[in-house]
Design a protein around this ligand. Structure first.
Ligand SMILES: Cc1cc2nc3c(=O)[nH]c(=O)nc-3n(C[C@H](O)[C@H](O)[C@H](O)COP(=O)(O)OP(=O)(O)OC[C@H]3O[C@@H](n4cnc5c(N)ncnc54)[C@H](O)[C@@H]3O)c2cc1C
Length: 437
């Protein structure tokens, strides 16, 4: 087995959004330092390429450090456009271009890249072990990494004065993030808040085959509305138990619900199994007609020229067909004396209680979460290296001098809208600024 040893002033562990921002900043501000990015994927920034559905929502006017992030983009020549809702994209709306630009800028500033190389461990060792350790330093970092290729296995030891751990979390494992950073941070003394997937879809028990009516029929339907999340151990779910509400587009899928407002809701669905909590304590309600009172709308039509129109048809004038059919089937308490379903009955035959049953579902359609979608579907990780152990201003570890923990690896996650990339950029820049001083 081949083995080699090398040295760098700064090793950046992980060439994602945070690692690349730190690399460029070091390249610009600390030209005298040898900076090495070790990235396990064949090229840096694989996840960046997938962000924002290929458009890369790189920041948000409301993100912490927004002006600093924009200054950085200007410095590296990235032209952006800001939409009225505060979302910022590259002008080209190409995530691949952003990844390529960040990598090129870092390389042109002299940053070295070692791609296809996986870091296995990071240790803090006495400087006496290293022949050319910086004078006066008592400890240095020793990183062990491997390259696996057609030629076999190669082990590499790297000594460094500073290490930036920018290895991301566990969301989107196909982009190289399977949680290696947690093991490495733990081994060097840090504690890790249990990572769970967030910004992802929710599987609901209404989709179970034996559910009547089964919500599988909704798969592929989209609707704007307001989603609300309720949490209650007693499962009573009164209004006072509402913990989240957001308007947006709800996507009904083959397993449950999705869409940006649903993604954001998952950040509030943390529960502690060891404390006996479960997903049963959550209930999702969706208002599909937030702009008015559907009962009034139906009553109006009952009195007018739509009196003979089947109720199901009337509901389809407001909601997409699968949703209208699902709702009226859920509100149906059984066929009338002529064997007709609620959907088939003319509007004039509906009693107040039946209109109320339809309205309750339109304004408060309930779904019971059965499972939060896993890492493959999630956009971020909730949990990570404890923030109690990281200097917020510099990203430096409060336990190990010279070690920095940036981006999603730390226990920070944000709603959709460019906040997570912003966090990766700003914490990477903070680490680089601290090292360059
Ligand atoms: C599909 C998708 C879309 C998204 N869209 C957006 C969006 O539009 N806007 C937004 O703000 N956020 C978005 N996010 C979230 C955002 O991409 C992340 O929060 C952000 O990339 C985190 O940056 P990071 O540098 O901390 O980690 P990452 O960007 O995940 O980078 C970590 C890097 O470390 C490398 N690595 C891991 N382990 C090792 C190891 N052992 N050795 C060497 N290298 C290693 C990985 O290969 C990876 O390249 C999206 C996420 C996904 C999955």
């Amino acid at each position: 087995m081949e083995r080699s040893i090398r040295r760098a002033d700064v090793v950046i562990a992980g060439g994602g959004a945070s690692g690349l921002a730190a690399a460029i900043e070091l390249g610009m501000k600390a030209q005298a330092l040898d900076v090495l990015v070790i990235e396990k994927m064949p090229e840096p920034g694989r996840k960046i390429r997938a962000t924002g559905s290929g458009r890369c929502n790189i920041s948000n006017t409301g993100a912490a450090g927004f002006s600093r992030i924009m200054e950085f983009f200007r410095e590296i020549g990235l032209v952006t456009r800001t939409y009225e809702n505060g979302l910022v994209y590259p002008y080209s709306e190409s995530a691949a271009d952003v990844a390529a630009l960040l990598t090129e800028r870092a390389a042109s500033l002299g940053v070295e890249f070692a791609c296809g190389e996986e870091i296995m461990s990071v240790r803090y060792v006495p400087a006496s072990l290293v022949s050319d350790a910086a004078p006066g330093s008592s400890n240095v970092f020793r990183l062990e990494s491997v390259i696996k290729d057609r030629d076999g296995l190669k082990n590499i030891t790297t000594y460094a004065s500073f290490v930036i751990l920018a290895m991301g979390g566990k969301a989107g494992p196909t982009f190289g993030t399977i949680g290696d950073g947690y093991r490495i941070a733990r081994n060097i003394g840090h504690s890790v808040v249990t990572p769970v997937p967030a910004l992802t879809g929710i599987e609901c028990s209404e989709w179970d085959e034996d559910n009547e009516p089964c919500a599988v029929t909704l798969g592929g339907t989209r609707s704007s509305g307001v989603v609300s999340l309720y949490k209650d151990r007693q499962e009573v779910f009164g209004e006072e138990t509402r913990i989240f509400e957001e308007a947006g587009e709800i996507q009904f899928t083959k397993y449950g619900i999705s869409g940006i407002c649903v993604f954001n809701m998952t950040r509030h669905m943390r529960y502690d199994r060891r404390a006996g909590e479960s997903l049963d304590e959550f209930l999702v309600k969706i208002d599909l007609f937030p702009d008015g009172d559907i009962a009034e709308y139906i009553s109006d039509r009952q009195a007018g020229r739509f009196a003979d129109t089947p109720a199901g048809e009337i509901l389809r004038t407001v909601l997409r067909e699968p949703l209208a059919d699902y709702i009226i089937a859920s509100a149906d308490s059984g066929p009338d004396e002529n064997g007709r379903s609620l959907a088939d009955r003319e509007l004039s035959s509906l009693g107040d209680d039946e209109i109320r049953a339809i309205a309750d579902r339109v304004h408060s359609l309930e779904f019971h979460p059965a499972r939060i979608r896993g890492w493959n579907d999630a956009q971020v990780t909730m949990g990570g290296v404890s923030l109690d152990e990281i200097n917020e201003a510099t990203s430096e570890s409060l336990l190990v001098k010279g070690l920095y923990i940036t981006g999603e690896l730390a226990d920070r996650d944000f709603q959709c809208g460019g906040y997570n990339l912003s966090n990766a950029f700003i914490t990477g820049l903070a680490a680089a600024d601290d090292i360059s001083q």
